[in-house]
Design a protein around this ligand. Structure first.
Ligand SMILES: CC(C)(COP(=O)(O)OP(=O)(O)OC[C@H]1O[C@@H](n2cnc3c(N)ncnc32)[C@H](O)[C@@H]1OP(=O)(O)O)[C@@H](O)C(=O)NCCC(=O)NCCS
Length: 144
């Protein structure tokens, strides 16, 4: 099955991004919609994962090097697409000149990010009523 991961245009592809994030964060994880959609959407670089032409995952990178809103529809999880999406975003961040990326990981997903080379920085805090932790990764693909 053909899987494509690429940058997405917020203006022309926002309905695909919205439908994934509405399903995963707003309906499944009960994140309030006014917290889910913020002022950074316009300026962020968005990514979409397509499987056989259907949008199944998304994520974004903001100008300060923060990765966020990483989500796969339920039926597409545990198949390695999340890890590939995260890697694609990190590679993209490096091409933009970022030496380091960071994220606010949901505590339940900490293991997922650790496997991708992210390291915990700081203590657990609450965001949208979900425990989170700041994690960072230095980007250096040249030595690997
Ligand atoms: C978190 C998420 C993006 C991961 O994507 P995925 O495609 O399911 O993950 P992958 O299949 O690429 O998993 C890669 C590895 O991480 C592990 N993993 C996946 N989700 C995990 C989680 N929530 N906690 C711990 N480990 C996890 C997998 O077991 C796998 O390990 P392996 O390589 O040893 O088999 C996806 O599960 C998701 O959308 N979850 C709901 C939304 C969410 O919680 N987003 C994160 C917000 S911080």
């Amino acid at each position: 099955m053909a899987v494509v991961i690429r940058t997405a245009n917020w203006h022309s592809e926002r309905s695909a991004i919205r439908s994934i994030r509405d399903a995963v964060f707003v309906r499944e994880q009960k994140v309030p919609a006014d917290l889910e959609w913020d002022t950074l959407e316009e300026s962020a670089r968005h990514f979409l994962v397509f499987k056989d032409g259907e949008a199944i995952g998304t994520g974004r990178l903001t100008a300060d090097g923060k990765i966020g809103r990483l989500a796969l529809i339920k039926s597409a999880r545990g198949l390695g697409y999340g890890a590939k999406l995260l890697e694609t975003i990190c590679e993209h961040a490096q091409t933009l000149g970022h030496q380091r990326v960071y994220l606010h990981a949901q505590q339940q997903a900490q293991g997922f990010y650790s496997r991708a080379g992210f390291i915990v920085k700081g203590d657990i805090f609450s965001e949208a009523n979900i425990p989170h932790i700041r994690m960072v990764r230095d980007l250096d693909f040249s030595s690997g």
